[in-house]
Design a protein around this ligand. Structure first.
Ligand code: UDP
Length: 351
């Protein structure tokens, strides 16, 4: 049997490239579609080394309908995982039109192209940001969707609404939105991982960059929250566990006897919360490295605590997270060391 080809938009990005591996390991044929606006072509080399073959890649923008149609036709795509989107929360506040235009046009163009070619299965990357500052923990899929805190968050909410409406209208599309909690870590080979451009916004890349000496110290954003140690609590999920959730969702669409027009949402987290100080301590235990840090003021818009009830994904998709926080942090560190080593090799060969 020839493997099903799955188009992975944003497949060169952090979650995208790990999902490419999970797809290939599960017997699918991943095809990357990426404009490399926030990723680097060297990820393709990492994938080639890990997988032992070249993953087909289309360098194009998801708002380019002709390019999407061409890739889907030529590769005989049977399903799509849609990651391609701008994702910097702060930037989205500065440039809302850019975010609405890019993220929503990409989704609409993709949906039209899928309908035109009768490609039916779609996994959409959504976010726990749709829950805002939740009143009850853990957060279930039925927790209220609160007003978004940023244009970025709003593009995820609107994206979900578009998908729900399309399925409700009876369009022959089977769609799952996965609401990610906090993806961290890297593939255990240490050859692919997160590549933040400039100063990282997220906690774990900031920790690894501080531990390797690229940043002087980490600032912990507030220790006066109503949590046991005063710092914020999040649900950190290993990116390979998250990647595997996409495979489970795709399988669900393919094999479960679900209607031709279908839409559902699933939380993808570990179900366990960790505070910022716990993450720092666990990183130090996992790597033996010390993370210099100081307590700073709260960051605007941060919720005190967010963690998932991921039991719906377990029940219906047969998926749950297996990897520990410690493993995720050790893998993130391995990736940081790899980046450091390859940067040195590069500068040595250039001099
Ligand atoms: N955080 C921090 N210092 C940093 C970056 C993040 O203390 O330099 C905290 C942040 O306040 C939050 C947690 O780490 O409580 C996770 O933040 P991140 O930006 O990684 O993810 P978010 O949950 O905001 O999407």
């Amino acid at each position: 049997m020839t493997p099903s080809s799955i188009l992975v938009t944003g497949g060169a990005g952090f979650i995208g490239c790990h999902t490419v591996i999970a797809l290939a390991e599960a017997g699918y044929r991943p095809v990357i579609f990426d404009n490399f606006s926030n990723s680097q072509p060297k990820v393709l080399e990492g994938l080639r080394q890990i997988l032992g073959f070249e993953v087909p890649c289309y360098r194009a923008d998801c708002t380019n309908r002709a390019a999407l149609l061409e890739a889907m036709r030529r590769e005989r795509v049977s399903g799509v995982i849609h990651f391609a989107a701008f994702k910097a929360v702060g930037e989205s506040v500065q440039k809302p039109l850019l975010y609405y235009s890019n993220n929503l046009n990409a989704l609409l163009t993709l949906l039209e192209a899928m309908i035109e070619l009768d490609v039916r299965d779609l996994i959409f990357s959504s976010s726990c940001t749709v829950y805002g500052q939740p009143e009850q923990l853990p957060v279930t899929e039925n927790s209220p969707i609160l007003p978004p805190l940023s244009p970025y968050g709003n593009t995820k909410q609107i994206g979900e609404e578009i998908l729900r409406d399309v399925a409700r209208a009876g369009e022959a599309l089977r769609i799952i939105s996965l609401r990610y909690f906090n993806p961290i870590g890297a593939h255990s080979s240490g050859m692919i991982g997160e590549l933040p451009l400039g100063v990282p916004n997220n906690l774990v890349p900031y920790i690894t960059q501080t531990a390797i000496g690229l940043r002087a110290e980490l600032v912990v954003f507030g220790n006066d929250y109503p949590t046991p140690d005063g710092t914020c609590i999040r649900d950190y999920i290993h990116v390979m566990d998250l990647a595997e959730a996409h495979v489970a969702a795709l399988r669900h669409l393919e094999y479960a006897s679900i209607p031709a027009a279908y839409y559902d949402v699933f939380n993808i987290g570990t179900g366990k919360g960790a505070s910022v100080l716990e993450v720092i301590r666990t990183f130090e235990q996992a790597t033996g490295k010390i993370v210099p840090y100081r307590i700073g003021p709260r960051r605007l818009g941060d919720a005190a605590a967010v963690y998932a009830d991921a039991s719906k994904a377990h029940k219906h998709l047969g998926w749950k997270a297996h990897r520990t926080l410690k493993e995720a942090l050790a893998d993130a560190w391995r990736w940081q060391l790899y980046l450091h080593k390859t940067a040195h090799l590069l500068s040595a060969s250039n001099s």
